[in-house]
Design a protein around this ligand. Structure first.
Ligand SMILES: Cc1cc2nc3c(=O)[nH]c(=O)nc-3n(C[C@H](O)[C@H](O)[C@H](O)COP(=O)(O)OP(=O)(O)OC[C@H]3O[C@@H](n4cnc5c(N)ncnc54)[C@H](O)[C@@H]3O)c2cc1C
Length: 453
């Protein structure tokens, strides 16, 4: 089979979401030869391919716990007017939200990769990985009807769904421990021409409509872009009358960088396994059906939405959870709530445990102590079976509940930077990932602006 190059890359990253992009940039800046493979024609993954946003949260109380490359990307967008930066979360749920222009993000991520010398490979799906004697040295890819191979010394699986890990026969788990069910899938959609001043006025006059905001009344005045979560009674009535035919109990919208454009994060597709082909297709179909149902419902019943216009759905249905590596260390919910600072920490996160119920409308939240944060250990990216393959982003080794916190995009980006930096150190010092000099790893991460507690 034809190979893409004569010499192997130091690092091959599979998946160009926020985790894969940050991993590639980190390793590229450290001088490694890096190939980043992405099946779409652009970077950003869930953030650009699933209409997800805003990024939440870079903070734990007043402390910014996600810094480094992921924050640098945001500051570059701010400089170009493509993000308003980190602002108060006016849903009242978490500390900060970071709205962004998704077209701007696609461009900025690729600029960061290109500047770091990363070779991008778009429209390419990794389809096969056969480790030999516990080492993966080559993977099979498909682009435009061409099957070809790619060689590397290290591989990072940042595919979100742990595709590479599964193909390489590395152990993984999926879903809730009790029954294997994942969080629901959601097809987000974007509306323009929403009159958010009407919602702002309601937040002042009728705060009971917005339950999470009640203890933080007035927060909306600190937010240059509005996020809101409310109108439960209207949703209940819609369900009773049969106008809403799926399990969702709250209107949840986030203004993007563009004024009066909102992301609607409300559809809820249950009982579909996102890594089973026919079920994923069924989820897309059901997600789009729900989008159209909600579009009409919001325009009819929610103040300020009368003239709203839908500009995009998806494009792809969003997958919150699927396969997770079974790695050297499995991060637990207890680790999060104990605010654990691991010796081999590579990143930090202050987001609550936010479980969209696999069974229905509810969202089950467990909050860390006010201002509390936890760290992610390098060991949760590593595995014993094929040691030159790492996980990064939402598919690292953790409990279902821990995943419901660490999966958010700032955290995924920070994990990616940690993964890329660890591989760079391994290559440069000719040391395996299990025996890295952790002081050197931390020094390199800190020098690159990362926060590790
Ligand atoms: C509906 C929904 C709403 C969310 N809301 C928020 C929010 O408001 N704020 C927030 O911060 N987070 C939110 N999240 C979570 C967050 O967006 C993701 O968990 C995070 O962005 C994951 O990043 P990642 O890089 O690990 O994976 P992904 O973003 O999933 O990226 C994986 C990439 O790998 C590519 N890929 C997959 N398989 C292959 C293959 N075999 N070959 C080549 N490429 C491949 C994919 O195309 C994709 O680009 C939400 C998630 C969902 C689903």
């Amino acid at each position: 089979m034809q190979s893409i190059t004569h010499t192997p890359y130091d690092l091959v990253v599979v998946g160009g979401g926020i985790a894969g992009s940050m991993a590639a940039v980190a390793a590229g800046r450290e001088g490694l030869s890096v190939l980043l493979i992405e099946e779409e024609g652009y970077l950003g993954g869930s953030l650009t391919a699933c209409g997800t946003g805003p990024m939440m949260t870079f903070h734990a109380g007043q402390t910014q716990v996600v810094r480094g490359l992921t924050d640098e990307m945001i500051q570059r967008l701010v400089h170009k007017g493509l993000s308003v930066g980190h602002i108060a979360d006016s849903t009242g749920y978490t500390y900060s939200v970071t709205p962004f222009d998704s077209e701007g993000m696609k461009r900025e991520l690729e600029l960061m990769c290109l500047e770091a010398g990363v070779q991008l490979l778009f429209h390419t799906t990794v389809v096969e990985a056969n480790p030999q004697k516990a080492i993966l040295s080559s993977i099979k890819c498909l682009c435009a009807g061409n099957l070809f191979s790619v060689q590397g010394s290290y591989f990072i699986d940042a595919s979100g769904d742990a595709d590479l890990i599964a193909m390489a026969g590395i152990p993984y788990e999926q879903g809730r421990e009790t029954d294997g069910k994942d969080q629901p899938l959601t097809m987000n959609f974007k509306l323009v021409d929403v009159d958010l001043q009407i919602i702002r006025n309601l937040m002042d006059s009728d705060i009971e409509l917005f339950p999470f905001l009640i203890p933080k009344a007035g927060l909306q005045h600190q937010a240059s872009r509005l996020s809101f979560s409310g109108f439960q009674q209207i949703m209940y009535e819609g369900i009773e009358k049969g106008e809403i035919t799926f399990d969702r109990d709250i209107v949840l919208c986030f203004e993007t960088n563009a004024k009066n454009e909102v992301i609607v994060n409300m559809t809820r597709v249950l009982d579909k396994n996102p890594v089973k082909p026919l079920e994923l297709t069924a989820a897309e179909l059901e997600g789009r059906r729900q989008v159209w149902e909600l579009y009409g419902f919001l325009k009819t019943h929610i103040p300020g939405f009368e003239h709203a216009r839908m500009t995009s759905s998806g494009p792809r249905i969003g997958v919150r959870s699927s396969r997770r590596l079974k790695g050297l260390y499995r991060v637990t919910a207890k680790d999060l709530l104990n605010e654990t600072i691991f010796d081999d920490a590579i990143s930090a996160c202050g987001y609550p445990i936010d479980i969209h119920s696999p069974d229905g409308a509810a969202t089950d939240s467990t909050f860390l102590r006010e201002g509390g944060f936890y760290t992610i250990p390098l060991r949760s990216l590593l595995n014993a079976q094929v040691p030159n393959v790492l996980a990064a982003g939402r598919n690292i080794s953790c409990e279902f509940a821990a995943h419901a916190s660490l999966r958010v995009s700032p955290s995924a980006g920070a994990i990616g930077q940690g993964a890329g930096t660890a591989v760079a150190l391994a290559v440069k010092t000719k040391t395996d990932l299990f025996h890295l000099d952790l002081e050197a790893l931390h020094a390199t991460l800190r020098k690159a602006g990362a926060f590790i507690g």
